[in-house]
Design a protein around this ligand. Structure first.
Ligand code: CA
Length: 235
């Protein structure tokens, strides 16, 4: 397995509120995209990454889904408590997309609108579902709200880590084949670079680092209005 991560502040934000973590030896990959006023966003995403990492003790672990659920719950509680303890951090929160790849199996824990994609045999599949109001409206077969298209609601999260004392966590498990690619990214990429374009980069990929850089550069060329973070893994 080979992997690379790249995070870029973009052209318009004062801080990079994305945070990522790679432990290739253990097959652990995490992206968190924080939100909240003042310092809240970057505090939340960093606290989430550190708490999830510290709770992913995989020694002898058999039920990875349960280990990951506990890890994200611990992050949720840590952020919720820190937010309540400091006025400047109140209501901070973060997305969390965490993956473990081991023994040919991918386990993902996911909250929010960062994304995880699987590229297998030339086909790109988005594994995670965004927890946004736009997706919720689609699921409820609501396609407009007066003059506003539902895409106007694509930035309103219906779930985030750290905003409430409890959080619902989606878990996905998939078999992987050697030569498959996995992409984790924040919405700074997916807002600007389409799935078709991402598939093109993955099809052309020869190694993770140059692919990660190409993806980030593509978002920068289209304006880079948000922080952009990607992790590319070749299984
Ligand atoms: Ca973002």
């Amino acid at each position: 397995m080979k992997s690379a991560g790249v995070s870029n502040i973009g052209f318009h934000r004062k801080r990079n509120e994305d945070c990522y973590y790679i432990d290739e030896a253990q097959g652990i990959f995490i992206i968190c995209d924080g939100m909240g006023g003042h310092r809240g966003g970057d505090v939340a995403s960093r606290l989430a990454v550190h708490t999830i990492r510290d709770h992913l003790d995989l020694t002898g672990a058999e039920d990875l889904a349960s280990v990951m659920t506990q890890a994200v719950r611990a992050a949720n509680l840590a952020i919720y408590k820190a937010g309540n303890a400091d006025e400047a951090l109140r209501e901070m929160g973060t997305t969390a997309t965490a993956a473990i790849i081991r023994d040919g199996c991918l386990t993902v824990a996911h909250v929010g609108d960062s994304s995880l994609y699987h590229f297998h045999a030339g086909v790109l599949t988005k594994i995670t579902k965004d927890h946004t109001l736009a997706e919720q409206m689609k699921a409820d077969h609501i396609f407009t709200n007066g003059d506003l298209p539902i895409s106007s609601y694509s930035h309103i999260l219906t779930r985030a880590v750290g905003v409430e004392p409890e959080v619902n966590i989606d878990i996905y498990q998939h078999e992987l084949s050697e030569g498959d690619w996995i992409l984790l990214c924040s919405d700074g990429l997916t807002d600007l670079v389409t799935d078709e374009e991402i598939a093109g980069f993955m099809a052309a990929a020869s190694e993770p680092e140059s692919t990660a850089l190409s993806l980030v550069n593509a978002a920068l060329e289209k304006g880079g209005h948000d922080n952009i973070t990607v992790i590319v893994v070749c299984v």
